[in-house]
Design a binder for this molecule. Sequence first.
Ligand code: B12
Length: 462
Amino acid sequence: MSKILFVYPNKEGYPIIPLSISVLAGVLKRDGHTVDVFDITFMLTDRLDHNAREKTGVVKKVDVEKYWGEAKKQDIREEFKKKIGAFNPDLIAFSIVENNYACARELLKVAKQITNSPTIVGGIFPTVAPEFFIQDDNVDIICIGEGERALLELVHRLEHAKDITTIQNCIVKCNGTITKNDVGPFYDWEPFAYQDWGIFDRRHLLKPFIGKMWKTGFFEMSRGCPFDCFYCANHIYQDMFKSLGPYHREKSLEYVFREIEHMKKAYSLELVFFNDENFLMMEKKRFEAFCAQMKERINLPFFIQTRAESLCDEEKVKMLSEAGCITVGIGVESGSQRIRRETLNKNTPDHVYVKAFANCKKYTIRTTAYVMIGLPFETEDDIEETAEFCKKIEAQSIAISIFAPYHGTRLYDICVKNNFVEDKYYENISVNDSTILNMPQLSRERLEGLYYKFNDLVYSVS
Ligand code: B12
């Protein structure tokens, strides 16, 4: 049996157990392997992400230091060396989103300096931009798309000293040659495996919400999204995997509830968060069964994220509320219909948002409007329109972000074409309170001002 060390280069420091690692670790453990994680979350002095959330009013102020502990600066490279020395892994596995890539790159260097263990990278950034990793001598294998089958196969072949160059979903560098394999079938959650939270610091489970900390667990009921919004990387997935069937797939409800029941008991959960990109995109029968079982088997408050279109049916919203849903996150993105249609390719009309938010209000489900500002071609007037729109729909809270052009999105190409950014990797891609875009119609200073003022614009009485 093998020892696999995951690396979570969570440089923004917001405590969260990433589903990617917890799912992969669970699958490996079920197969009898030993798994651990090197997680930098609590080694940082700056909780960039949380601080921005508090400052913009996304979360109410809570004494997070009391629960997450005083942030103590640690030498991350040294800690990583110690971890590798103590665990002596057979494989080092990095999970990478674009804004933690710079940190991952440094740690990949450290890994190669002190061990001969192979390194594998996976996650959204290696999937949409494998070229960065093909060039990096510290990376041996790149996983494209889902990792469950690929990792199990790789670990098995390494263990039995078999050829690793032909594993589906993998780009493998071996003796100076690079082998790019095709993508294999989607993972179908079979056989059943629990996520593994045991390898993570328990402080990750504490989430601030309405002024208190809640023991929160993250779960998935489905994967994938069929839409083609220009700020999202989904179209790449749809394209890359189109030979395999529809990218959006659902996990069996029995498996979903078996896992939540187990985790609720093991970790005394108080709140459940569903990670699904568009939660309510399911057939009526499944939805009804979900609501009934959520109440009977779990009986905990829960959060979902879904498109406004799926909240227009009043009966459905009522059932959702009765099942225990206390907050719905809805992607409003921009209050300007022109920006939504032309820049974001999200053509949801205003009246759909109005109806969706009104339905939630009627059945006392708290609403969070996800909003982006600093979008390509956006003007100050558009941002004011967004604030007005949030007021109109009576969003109870606003999660505001400054737009970042991630690789793999159509907006990335649009930004490069219009010289708003260069075609390269920006280490500060997600800086919370600023932008990497250089746009003639909206200065950085003005944008930052609007970012911190946004909640006041919406909630101040005029
Ligand atoms: C839910 C979600 C969140 C949740 C995460 C909650 C949690 N506990 O995980 C929250 C809201 C916290 C969040 C935060 C952020 N998110 Co987010 N998020 C998503 C979303 C909608 C689903 C992700 C998910 O859970 N998928 C299910 C899991 C099982 O799949 P997975 O993560 O892809 O992992 C699989 C494979 O990628 C692969 N894999 C992953 N790692 C590894 C490692 C190895 C070694 C191997 C072999 C394979 C492998 O195997 C896994 C299992 O099959 C995606 C959209 C999407 N299509 O992915 C965006 C997405 C991942 N997020 C995105 C972004 C930008 C962010 C933030 C940076 C935003 C911000 N500035 O705060 C942060 C970063 C947080 C972090 N530290 O990683 C972007 C990433 C863009 C990019 N190119 O990097 C995405 C793709 C959305 C988009 N705009 O297109 N996010």
